[in-house]
Design a protein. Structure first.
Length: 140
């Protein structure tokens, strides 16, 4: 299977799974980080959901997740994102993504790269493992 399109494996189920995961990831990043719309969290995540980050692992409700994400939205305004790679196997999606925007503290342009792994259940994100780093460029 090609990581970029999900095509080529000869298995329509794998292609459909990849497309569904890609749509879910796109909706999350576009609605939350670009449009700043946290109301979609209830549609995109299971309730509760588990998060694993540099700050530790926690199981939270979608209401708590909205509070956590609102903290991030207070420090950066996302303008665009690029899915650098998305790989889907069974119920797990691995993502390498670049988020471009403006630091609201300095008003300077910024890029943040993300590595994320999502466990999906019933076309929602049930569990997330995520790390991010600013000042890194995947391309070169």
């Amino acid at each position: 299977m090609s990581d970029e399109t999900g095509e080529g494996a000869g298995d329509g189920v794998d292609s459909a799974r990849h497309r569904a995961a890609a749509e879910l990831v796109d909706r999350y990043w576009r609605n939350v980080w670009i449009d700043r719309d946290l109301s979609v969290i209830d549609e995109l995540y299971t309730n509760p959901t588990t998060r694993h980050t540099a700050g530790g692992s926690r199981t939270v409700t979608t209401a708590e997740l909205k509070d956590i994400l609102s903290d991030g939205l207070r420090v950066m305004r996302g303008e665009s994102f690029t899915v650098d790679q998305l790989t889907v196997v069974d119920d797990v999606a691995w993502l390498r993504l670049t988020l471009s925007g403006v630091s609201l503290a300095t008003m300077a342009p910024t890029k943040i790269v993300w590595l994320a792994q999502y466990r999906l259940a019933e076309n929602r994100i049930a569990e997330t493992w995520a790390l991010h780093q600013s000042g890194l460029n995947w391309v070169g």
